[in-house]
Design a binder for this molecule. Structure first.
Ligand SMILES: [Zn+2]
Length: 309
């Protein structure tokens, strides 16, 4: 399985349009020792010709244009993108679906709750259902293994299992709709298994780490983990108000019960932080936070990375 990291930032990207934190100002001024990043997006393939997207970011158009493997290869209208797997209904995880509306056959794997939010409450997603056989939706249940299929139903040989991580649906979901949905289907981590049995764990929004989750990570070969915030009060300190990282569903990297400390005992997986918010000080290469993460054996994802497993 080939894994490509098309985008590595949290929602808003880096720099973020309305942010003048020291990181964002530094990037705009060309003085930041570190890289700009687009919003988190991962693509996987077992054969190099048919690709599945983990989420669909608002930056998907430019991410595809920056990635030769995802560009049309034959005929006038064609795409190597066979399907999408959704882990939640957040804007920065699903908006890219609307960019894929040009009548290209596609399969979207999602929990029933996430599919209902998108297709029953948000009429714009009707653009994905304008003609028969445009987007095929496949429901999956948290915990159940399923095969990634293209729009025509061909099996990619990639298998996926989701873990229920968070109970919170996005703020745009009405209370009435929320009451009809399964809370365990709100926010998921994805375990992808390659034909050879290697495992990728994609966990971009992790509110807490328990022993069951640690066991899942120890059984993975590569862990792409929530690197959104360095500290719990990061946004509050920068903005003067707002929510803590944990209130937003993200365990911070630092602190005694942060991910660096809680995941320090992992032996098997290659550990890579992804979904990094523009305010996170570990983005600054060579800075103390960057060095601490690297010395602990972690990597910090950059747009354009790829690896095989
Ligand atoms: Zn910023």
């Amino acid at each position: 399985m080939r894994v490509k990291i098309l985008g590595s930032a949290a929602g808003g990207g880096f720099p973020q349009w309305n942010c003048a934190c020291s990181n964002c100002r530094g990037v705009r001024a060309g003085e930041f020792r570190g890289k700009a990043r687009s919003q988190a997006q991962v693509a996987i393939s077992s054969d190099g010709s048919s690709w599945f997207l983990l989420g669909a970011s608002p930056d998907l158009r430019s991410q595809i244009e920056a990635t030769a493997e995802l560009q049309p290869r034959e005929g006038v209208r064609q795409s190597p993108v066979a399907g999408v797997v959704l882990a939640n209904a957040d804007i920065d995880h699903v908006l890219g679906l609307l960019l894929l509306r040009e009548l290209q056959p596609l399969r979207v794997h999602a929990t029933e709750s996430i599919r209902r939010i998108l297709t029953e409450d948000n009429s714009m997603f009707g653009m994905l259902q304008r003609v028969p056989n445009q987007v095929a939706w496949s429901n999956f249940l948290p915990g159940a293994m399923f095969s990634l299929l293209n729009a025509g139903g061909d099996d990619s040989k990639l298998r996926c299992r989701s873990l229920s991580l968070g109970q919170h649906f996005p703020a745009y979901v009405s209370p009435e709709r929320r009451s009809q949905l399964m809370a365990g289907e709100a926010s998921l981590g994805l375990i992808i298994e390659s034909p050879s049995g290697n495992r990728l764990a994609y966990m971009a929004a992790v509110p807490q780490i328990d022993d069951a989750l640690l066991a899942e990570f120890e059984a993975a070969d590569v862990l792409l983990f929530d690197g959104t915030f360095w500290s719990d009060d990061e946004l509050i300190r920068i903005q003067g108000s707002g929510q803590t990282a944990r209130q937003m569903g993200h365990v911070p990297v630092s602190s005694a019960d942060g991910s660096l400390s809680r995941l320090a005992g992992l032996r098997r997986p290659r550990k890579i932080y992804i979904h990094i918010n523009n305010t996170n000080p570990m983005l600054k290469e060579g800075g103390p936070e960057f060095r601490r993460v690297r010395e602990a054996g972690w990597e910090i994802a950059e747009d354009g990375w790829q690896f095989d497993l």
